[in-house]
Design a protein around this ligand. Structure first.
Ligand code: GGG
Length: 326
């Protein structure tokens, strides 16, 4: 049966790396129909809204979505799109690749980030001139759900170390809730894990990443710690992600729209191509997903490489090399 893939390039380099990933997917000749939707800063300018209803519906109704990047309108684009696919978990693997100059070559981490609440609740107010507030929502239900998913992900993918990141010594009620819910799930399921204050964890990840595997995090912590991990392995051009829902899912590189290099044709397509591999996994194309990962790994090792990895190649050169190997 033909599967419908919503394709939403978004802003900046999203318009360069998403077509690259589609080229790789097309080389595998899966039974996919790609349907493009528009969203982002440029759509706000041209249509007065960053995420038109039809793009939201496209993602909601598709079998899976490949998204590129959001710019200034991120809160109006990627947060509703995650909601459209019913995503509760944002899975962000960060691993070092042979041949890529990385700060910590022993890094193999997966951030399992709560994807619906925390400080990304969107409840912000200006309550008086110069005084603003943000409501941090943390529920037992969402915390239990991310914990269950994280522990099961670690087991299924062979990660022995599971760490729960929090700051419950300061955010006693909200992160206290998160930690208690996660601990209850661990107790019920007999899942071994450690806990870590997220600020100290940031330092430990930098010094000894090999001691960590899956990191279960509240929303903002997952966003920040995964970017830190990108720095350990060679940059944001290498980190894919999956926004996982009950049946539907959306896949996107961890990087944003990178306005500094947008339009130059030099963006690293690896993160988006690896996100497309996660999409293939999600739809049961396991063999094809592995072929994509193997091709990306080979190109990262032998080149060509984009400037972020010290090379001189263009997005098109790297994409062609991946397609050749696929
Ligand atoms: N593809 C990633 C992207 O567009 N990032 C922009 C951003 O600010 N995202 C916030 C988030 O991941 O929650």
């Amino acid at each position: 049966m033909t599967e419908e893939i919503a394709v939403i390039p978004g802003d900046g380099i999203g318009g360069e790396v998403v077509p690259a990933a589609i080229e790789v997917l097309e080389a595998l000749d899966p039974d996919f129909e790609f349907v493009e939707g528009e969203a982002g800063d440029h759509v706000l300018e041209s249509r007065g809204e960053a995420l038109p209803d039809e793009t939201y519906e496209l993602a909601a109704d598709a079998d899976a979505t490949l998204f590129g990047a959001a710019g200034e309108t991120a809160a109006d684009v990627i947060l509703p799109l995650r909601e459209a696919v019913g995503s509760f978990a944002n899975v962000r693997p960060a691993r070092a690749y042979p041949g890529v100059d990385s700060l910590r070559p022993e890094t193999d981490l997966v951030f399992v980030r709560e994807n619906t609440e925390g400080v990304y609740s969107g409840i912000e107010n200006e309550i008086a001139d110069g005084v603003t507030t943000l409501t941090r929502v943390v529920t037992d239900e969402a915390s239990r759900k991310i914990a269950q998913y994280g522990f099961e992900y670690a087991e299924a993918n062979g990660y022995g170390d599971v760490t729960v990141a929090h700051k419950a010594n300061v955010m006693r009620t909200t992160d206290g809730r998160f930690l208690e819910s996660v601990e209850r799930v661990a107790e019920e399921g007999g899942y071994e894990h450690d806990e870590a204050l997220m600020d100290a964890l940031a330092m430990h990840l930098l010094l000894r990443p090999e001691e960590y595997g899956v990191v279960i995090c509240p929303n903002l912590a997952g966003d920040v710690l995964s970017d830190l991990a990108a720095g350990l392995v060679g940059g944001l051009g290498l980190l894919p992600s999956a926004n996982v829902g009950e049946g539907n899912a959306l896949f996107e590189p961890v990087h944003g729209s990178a306005p500094d290099i947008a339009g130059q044709g030099i963006a690293n397509p690896a993160a988006t191509v690896l996100s497309a591999a996660m999409l293939l996994d999600h739809l049961g194309y396991d063999g094809e997903a592995e072929r994509v990962r193997t091709a990306v790994e080979a190109v990262l090792k032998e080149g060509p490489r984009t400037p972020d990895l010290g090379g001189h190649a263009s997005t098109a050169d790297v994409t062609a090399a991946i397609v050749d190997r696929v």
